[in-house]
Design a protein around this ligand. Structure first.
Ligand SMILES: [Zn+2]
Length: 124
């Protein structure tokens, strides 16, 4: 068996007992050897211990969601296709124009709601 090393923020698919469905989870903590110890469900925010045996394979997408468009305003639960990262699902809105998206490999932060008049986006 090949040993796989994980890092926090990566995606792992498993069954969420709270949501009662198989879905992508986010690696919340790993051991010193790079094994997943805890994962977080992006939908219900439940943090649970992780056993490799409980891992499930990502569901093949029924159809490709619409391409990611930064001018659109997304809501949690919406899906998109990103030209670089593939299919992702919005897990959380962080700021009015920033969101967390869970892609096939890991969690990423994207901007959205950039439509309308050109506005200066404050840089931190
Ligand atoms: Zn859940």
């Amino acid at each position: 068996m090949e040993k796989q090393v994980f890092t926090v923020g990566e995606r792992i698919d498993k069954f969420c007992a709270v949501c009662a469905e198989e879905r992508g989870h986010i690696v919340a903590s790993v051991t010193k050897r790079g094994q997943i110890s805890r994962v977080r469900c992006p939908k219900c925010s439940t943090v649970s211990t992780f056993k490799l045996a409980s891992r499930t394979l990502p569901h093949p997408a029924m159809k490709s969601p619409s391409p990611y468009d930064r001018t659109l305003t997304y809501r949690a639960g919406q899906s998109m296709t990103h030209e670089m990262f593939g299919i992702g699902e919005v897990t959380r809105l962080m700021e009015p124009r920033k969101m967390e998206v869970l892609f096939q490999d890991r969690l990423r932060c994207l901007i959205h709601a950039q439509g309308g008049f050109a506005q200066k986006v404050p840089t931190h």
